[in-house]
Design a protein. Sequence first.
Length: 206
Amino acid sequence: MKIRTAILSVVLCVTPLAAAAQMGNPAGMGVDTRMTKPGVPAPHQTNNQDRLFAQLAIAGGIAEVDFGKLAGEKAKADAVQRFAEIMVRDHSDANAKLKDLADAAKIPIPDQLDAEHSIVRDRLQKLNGDDFDAAYVKSQIVDHQKTAQLLSWEISMGEDADMQRLAAALLPKVLDHLRMAQELNNLLTGAAIRLPPQEMATKSGP
């Protein structure tokens, strides 16, 4: 229930932001920002929000791909294996697009796991079977909640219009990943297969 409530809160908060945000937001512009016209930043002009977003989003994306590959080797459940394949595919694509924008804006970005995700990976590496599946899926719920919030923040507060547009394009997919992870968690914990009393009686036989 807490996970479902968190997902709903993210959706309610970020959807209006995505719809109402101004691409190429002039708020928070530096004094040296170049303009195409008054109040409209030139392409690849970034504020602190854009730069922090690019660095954190790439760090998260690197972790998603790394953890997905690890799950491809260690996951027990077929559903977790399939989810991990989707994470590797989608986040590799998102990372490449974000890296292109970061390079164009001359934003330095990480190329390896950060300290926080390294700790999580070390913990996952020590687990096997059902324990690994459960820990991996729960980590995905947490990471995708954080990523959805990070994307909404960029949509609302960023200055680089291309980066904002990419964030807006990625948000629905990240929310879909979050839903998939939550459903997987229900499946692994048994929450998805609870039956009504009359149906349980039928399944148990005479």
